[in-house]
Design a protein around this ligand. Structure first.
Ligand code: BJW
Length: 228
């Protein structure tokens, strides 16, 4: 059985990583749609650097939870027939043991050079304006996808969706496209769809089935069920 799992901020919530749109709908005092943009970076690069530097540092303090571990267990059983597509920029899937993970919105632990376009693994700060390891210019930005930018690996994702038997969305609000449209894309190709979320998302009604609860319980239960 070929399975594509889309994960969002909700899967990392129980690890202590804040989501974007829960509680008051504000993200560190801002609407995420206003600050996660190339324009915001152009106007206030140091504020954006400080923000991502803090999130990068915080990542070292959190651990994968039972949902990440269950998806790694599923990969151990299904091998190449499982693909995890994550909107998250943390590395908790990888730390749990998953290897087949596409980060469609980029990665915190990577820096992108605005001059030479090279990507470099990055664990430190970018706010102190370090030189690009490739070209030496001080023109690095977080290697993440902001609003108005094209998410990564879309061809591979759409191909995997079209050829899957099951599409599962875990802990994502369905507020951001193109990820929010994956359920319709999968349905067009006759793929069964399942949503696992703490509460209904903006696209819940488009799924064949939806289950409500914390990812740390729902995902291991679903993996147990699938592996029989
Ligand atoms: C739990 C839980 C627990 C909590 N257990 N669950 C008008 C209409 C349609 C589209 C557009 C439009 N105007 C503009 C657009 C396009 C735009 C868009 O979607 N805008 C919307 C505001 C409408 N999209 C884009 O610009 C994208 N690019 C694009 O479309 O390019 C064109 C193109 C596409 C494809 C091919 C070719 C061309 C880019 C979007 C980039 C998004 N970037 C961010 C920031 C990334 C870096 C960073 O992390 O800082 O990505 S924004 C932010 O939102 C982040 C997330 O990945 C993304 C999604 O958030 P997510 O994961 O769903 O989190 P939340 O907080 O929203 O939800 C948490 C969920 O978890 C909730 O449902 C909870 O219930 C649940 N939950 N605890 C289980 N314990």
């Amino acid at each position: 059985m070929r399975v594509v799992v889309l994960t969002g901020a909700g899967i990392s919530a129980e690890s202590g990583v804040p989501t974007f749109r829960d509680t008051d709908g504000l993200w560190h005092g801002h609407r995420v749609e206003d600050v996660a943009t190339p324009e915001a970076f152009e106007v206030a690069p140091m504020a954006v650097h400080r923000f991502y530097d803090a999130r990068r540092a915080a990542l070292a303090e959190v651990e994968p939870n039972a949902a990440h571990v269950a998806l790694a267990r599923l990969e151990a059983a299904l091998g190449n027939d499982l693909l995890v597509v994550t909107q998250n920029i943390d590395d908790l899937h990888e730390r749990a043991g998953s290897t087949r993970v596409l980060h469609m919105h980029g990665e915190l632990l990577s820096a992108l050079c605005c001059s030479c376009r090279s990507r470099s693994p990055w664990t430190g700060d970018l706010g102190d304006l370090p030189p690009c390891p490739r070209c030496g210019l001080t023109d690095l930005r977080p290697d993440v996808v902001w609003f108005g930018e094209v998410p990564y690996q879309m061809d591979r994702i759409y191909l995997a969706l079209a050829t899957a038997d099951l599409f599962v969305a875990v802990g994502t609000s369905g507020a951001v496209y193109p990820a929010a449209g994956f359920v319709e894309h999968a349905t067009t190709y006759g793929v069964r769809t399942l949503e696992l979320n703490l509460k209904p998302s903006e696209v819940t009604t488009l799924f064949d089935e939806s289950r409500e609860g914390p990812a740390g319980r729902l995902v291991p239960d679903w993996v147990d069920e699938l592996l029989g």
